[in-house]
Design a protein around this ligand. Structure first.
Ligand code: OOG
Ligand code: MG
Length: 262
């Protein structure tokens, strides 16, 4: 770690205030070029601690930048991980006030709901499938707090990987009832197809992303608890949305899920 605890707390307060007030900021590595990976996750942890102190509940975790489409779009080549709290979760079909967000984008996600905890090191896709109650379609609304959505990996990790809102819905299907790799993904915006892919776009199999998350947490002495929602990462590039837009995700035999922006 290169940053002291006061700096970590100040950066967490700054980023979380930007989130809550829908204000953007230059990326934090501009002022703190020596920041390392542990510093970045420590800032993210401190944002979670601030939210929990106000009564937020941890409901799961997310992997991000797990598809080439996302890595290419954001100019990075490594996945990253963040947390999900209840205040990010919106119901299927919800209308999201765009004014509460800076420059939202939506991305199709394959959500895993766990029935058993997962703990690395050594977690693998098979262990993920055995621990999964069901998978469901998910839409994540990301909203980087960084100006023009421009960041490096350390800055985006500190910013809880742009997490802002998410919904899960459609049909919950046991993992052995579907093929995660050939699961077809169609994202529509305002009734037009905006992006298409298949589950294999996420690291060959989205269960691999969940295993990576468990190994990442395991290295830090944490696990993914039973009952968690895990977003395995945007399957396609993220699509910008604004007030008046509506989006629908169709996930092959897992049904559809919609959100509106007002
Ligand atoms: C980082 C968040 C990435 C995903 O699914 O790839 C993410 C970003 O692109 O702003 O959630
Ligand atoms: Mg995502």
């Amino acid at each position: 770690m290169n940053l002291d605890s006061a700096t970590i707390a100040a950066l967490a307060a700054h980023l979380e205030t930007c989130e809550r007030e829908a204000r953007d900021t230059p990326k934090i590595t501009d002022e703190h070029p020596g920041m390392d990976w542990d510093d970045a996750y420590a800032i993210q942890d401190e944002i979670l601690r601030r939210k929990q102190a106000r009564g937020a509940r941890l409901v799961g975790y997310k992997a991000g930048l797990t598809s080439h489409a996302k890595m290419r779009q954001m100019g990075v080549d490594t996945p990253c991980f963040g947390f999900l709290v209840d205040e990010f979760c919106v119901p299927e079909g919800a209308e999201i006030p765009a004014g509460a967000l800076i420059h939202p984008k939506v991305e199709p996600e394959i959500a895993f709901i766990l029935k058993h905890p997962l703990r690395g090191p050594g977690c693998h896709a098979g262990a993920v499938l055995a621990a999964t109650e069901c998978i469901m379609p998910g839409i994540e609304v990301i909203d980087s707090r960084y100006r023009d959505f421009k960041f490096d990996l350390k800055s985006v990790i500190a910013d809880n990987t742009s997490a802002a809102r998410f919904a899960i819905g459609g049909r919950a299907v046991p993992v052995d009832r579907t093929d995660l790799r050939t699961l077809g993904v169609v994202l529509e915006k305002n009734g037009q197809v905006a992006a298409t892919a298949a589950g294999a776009a996420v690291l060959g199999n989205p269960a691999v992303a969940v295993a990576m998350l468990a190994n990442h947490l395991g290295a830090r002495g944490l696990e993914i608890p039973a009952g968690s929602i895990v977003l395995s990462g945007g399957v396609t590039e993220a699509i910008a949305v604004e007030a008046g837009d509506h989006v629908t995700l169709h996930l092959h035999d897992l049904g559809s899920l919609s959100l509106r922006f007002a």
